[in-house]
Ligand binder design. Sequence first.
Ligand code: HEC
Length: 111
Amino acid sequence: MKRFTKMLVAAGACLAVSTAANAQVKIPADIEALLTKNTCLACHKADQKLVGPGYKEVMAKKKYKPEQIVELIYNPQPSNWPGYPPMAALPNVPKDEALKIAKWIVSLGKK
Ligand code: HEC
């Protein structure tokens, strides 16, 4: 049991190091809270593909305005992303939160 715990700790430390090394985009705390609350982080990372495309990739490929991203949260267009499963519409995300998230995603395209 003791050995097992040690192994877990080692694995955890490894994971922490590798995510830190990959984290090129630091998500601001207030945005991260909104992304977590609205489940976005279950499928998206800032700069890496997960279930859906990374937000940086979204902005590299499409030059969206914040309002367009808000619209896509409520009404996804899976045909924009061939090879990905369709994103489910998220009608319960409050508009002001969607707009804050959208503005942050757009800011990633300017870096
Ligand atoms: C269950 C998984 C899942 C969740 C939760 C999810 N997404 Fe997605 N998202 C995807 C997938 C898969 C795609 C690519 C296919 C598509 O657009 O339907 C995508 C695409 C996108 C795109 C690109 C749209 C386009 O047409 O170019 C944006 C922007 C986006 N998501 C933002 C968000 C935001 C913001 C949230 C949280 C409010 C969120 N997503 C939650 C899976 C998800």
